[in-house]
Design a protein around this ligand. Structure first.
Ligand SMILES: [Zn+2]
Length: 143
């Protein structure tokens, strides 16, 4: 429980108190005004960070960029590159204020990542089966 200073008499008062127990000064209005000031400061900071962004802009959607790069490196190059392209599109759409476009591109990136995972999984299973087959042949011929 934090303490605040009463604006009238300067005594320490619980921040949950609705009025000062020392002088009777009501404190709720003071707290409300502080919150409003903080909101105004946040809005001003957002405008300073990017003038093109709308004040009520939603947070940037996850564009799956890292996963897309991993897919490209580890599993399948083609769906990986397609998902990277969609991730980049999602970034640029968000930067230009097109939130719906950013979400759409991020979803497309996700779809291609899933295809990359499926194709990559099939590829690795085939490779594993191939080696099991080779080892099996070797074991069979040695007897
Ligand atoms: Zn007071």
């Amino acid at each position: 429980m934090a303490l605040i200073k009463c604006p009238l008499c300067g005594e320490s008062v619980s921040e949950n108190a609705t009025k000062c127990p020392h002088c009777g000064e009501p404190l709720t209005n003071e707290v409300a005004t502080q919150e409003t000031n903080q909101q105004q400061i946040q809005q001003t900071t957002q405008q300073a960070n990017g003038g093109y962004q709308q004040p009520n802009m939603l947070p940037k959607p996850d564009n799956h960029m890292v996963t897309a790069i991993l897919i490209t490196l580890c599993c399948c190059i083609v769906p990986g590159i397609v998902s990277i392209v969609y991730a980049v599109n999602s970034n640029s759409a968000y930067s230009s204020g097109d939130y719906a476009g950013a979400v759409r591109a991020a979803n497309s990136a996700k779809t291609w990542i899933n295809w990359g995972l499926i194709l990559g999984g099939i590829y690795y299973i085939l490779v594993a089966l191939y080696f099991i087959f080779i080892i099996g042949l070797g074991a069979a011929s040695s007897y």
